[in-house]
Design a protein around this ligand. Structure first.
Ligand code: CDP
Length: 227
């Protein structure tokens, strides 16, 4: 079979990255978390005083994109394909709340999207991949072999994110942040978050994680004739 892309899009904290990771592991494919790339650009902007408490210097950020190198390297201990920013492993750092709060305002900049979309496409040139994000099925790989759109109720998403953050914030604050991020992501001009017309919708609030992953694996096996 030729190389193919499995696209998994969805709202914040819908569980898409966990699903994508599990699917990639099961099928022995490379997993690319495209959100990690937007987060890495956000970290770069904060570290280089491009995004300060006074706001974001968009022109400077666009001009600095040429200094940004983003790639993924597999961690031999846990099997996770971890993100590197200018050759430094930033997989943990990019999950901080400060990044989560700022990332969507960076992700709506056309030049940033263009820059990252090109890198994302390059990952699939010579291999089959599972990529999760917001615009993978609609924009990055509109011809992907199979597309999923994962949703989950706001209550479940907020609880999931709150538990990941080890009580560093409140459930109410997490809920507000998620709603705000979804709003910015789904209303931006370029490649907004939306379900591709040919994507299979999966509600991840109903079943257990294992059940959802198995459901998705069955659909993939049927559709692509692989297992
Ligand atoms: O926190 P969560 O896992 O839900 O989000 P993420 O996948 O890490 O993505 C962080 C942010 O990056 C999103 O809220 C979007 O603003 C942006 N993003 C995007 O615009 N396009 C993508 N393909 C992936 C992420």
């Amino acid at each position: 079979m030729n190389n193919f892309v499995i696209a998994i899009d969805g709202t914040s904290s819908s569980g898409k990255s966990t699903i994508a990771k599990a699917v990639a592991e099961k099928l022995n494919l490379i997993h690319i978390d495209s959100g990690a790339m937007y987060r890495a650009v956000t970290l770069f902007a904060i570290e280089n005083n491009i995004y300060t408490k006074n706001g974001l210097d968009t022109i400077l950020l666009i001009d600095s994109l040429k200094e940004i190198l983003i790639d993924f390297r597999k961690n031999a201990d846990n099997g996770i394909n971890e993100v590197y920013l200018n050759n430094k492993n930033v997989e943990q750092e990019i999950r901080e709340e400060e990044i989560s709060k700022k990332v969507s305002s960076i992700a709506k900049i056309y030049e940033v999207r263009n820059f990252l979309t090109k890198i994302q496409r390059s990952f699939a040139i010579d291999k089959s991949i599972v990529m999760d994000g917001r615009d993978i099925g609609t924009n990055v790989f509109p011809n992907s072999a199979i597309k999923f759109y994962i949703t989950s109720s706001i209550e479940i998403r907020a609880k999931r994110r709150f538990n990941q953050l080890n009580n560093k914030t409140t459930l109410e604050e997490v809920t507000i942040d998620l709603i705000e991020r979804d709003l910015i992501d789904s209303t931006r001009k370029d490649s907004p978050l939306k379900k591709a017309i040919d994507a299979i919708g999966i509600d991840n609030s109903i079943n257990s994680k294992e059940e959802t992953i198995n459901e998705i694996l069955e659909i993939i096996a049927q559709k692509l004739n692989i297992s």
